[in-house]
Design a protein around this ligand. Structure first.
Ligand code: SF4
Length: 260
């Protein structure tokens, strides 16, 4: 199986007790069937506490939090179960976090959740443009019900978004706004059952991006009265007035009197 990830992925190491936060508080961590059965077989006081802390809510098992924290989170930030019984004694979610996995047939995409401060640090302090890396593993190919055409379309869209985001000739807020415009247009086209590849083809045309830059209210303070500041209408970035974001730039291309 092929595994694909951002190039920061292999550098991730959990900070354990040195973490400025913790992922063992504030949310219910699901205890998978295999781990629950392990706790039920476990003898001694720790096993009794693990079984006693189990709760079932909405069909899923988790540990009952104490003061919003996992009952096995110790004052030094370490996990009592893992420290006493080893890494295999905690649930799949605990072993994986902040890693996320998604299988698409012969390809597994792995990522890091930036809910983890160390993952966020790796991502935000990376000095160079991020790259995708791939490597082969012995893992058997997983089952997927993903639609192949949509998957390859999504890959093309992602490549285009990354190239827009990494175009360092433009200020970062502008790049981000362009990404939002493209994503919104592709999503709107997809929702209406239209041809998303047509959206991508148009955005591959540098003239289209130049036009978006000319027409888009990407700069704060531009034409006061006509354009509201960033975020006033549609969140932190993106369209602040003007054309329907779902249809730009297709409609704008047809606007009379606009030279690209
Ligand atoms: S939040 Fe991240 S660094 Fe902190 S304990 Fe959890 S996985 Fe480790």
């Amino acid at each position: 199986m092929k595994t694909r990830a951002l190039d920061i992925y292999p550098s991730f190491r959990c900070l354990c007790g040195a973490c400025p936060d913790t992922c063992c508080a504030g949310w219910d961590v699901e205890i998978d069937k295999q781990t629950r059965e392990y706790y039920l077989r476990l003898e001694g006081p720790l096993g009794e506490r693990a079984v006693g802390a189990l709760q079932k809510e909405d069909g899923e098992w988790s540990f009952r939090l104490e003061g919003g924290r996992c009952p096995f989170l110790m004052d030094d930030g370490l996990c009592e179960l893992q420290k006493t019984l080893g890494p295999g004694s905690v649930s799949r979610t605990c072993r994986l976090f902040p890693r996320t996995l998604a299988d698409f047939g012969a390809v597994r995409e792995v990522s890091l959740s930036i809910a983890c401060p160390e993952a966020a640090r790796l991502l935000l302090t990376h000095p160079d443009p991020l790259r995708m890396i791939e490597w082969d593993t012995d893992e058997p190919m997983g089952y997927t019900d993903a639609d192949g055409d949509r998957y390859y379309l999504a890959l093309s869209l992602r490549r285009r978004l990354i190239s827009l985001a990494q175009d360092r000739s433009l200020p970062f807020p502008v790049r981000l706004s362009l990404c939002v415009c493209l994503a919104r247009e592709a999503a709107a086209r997809d929702r209406s059952g239209g041809d998303v590849s047509g959206v991508l083809a148009r955005w591959d045309d540098p003239a289209c991006v130049r036009l978006a830059l000319r027409l888009g209210p990407f700069r704060p303070g531009k034409a006061p009265g006509r354009h509201r500041p960033y975020g006033a209408a549609h969140g932190p970035v993106g369209w602040t007035s003007g054309p329907d974001p779902g249809r730009f730039p297709g409609r704008a291309l047809g606007r009379p009197g606009v030279r690209i």
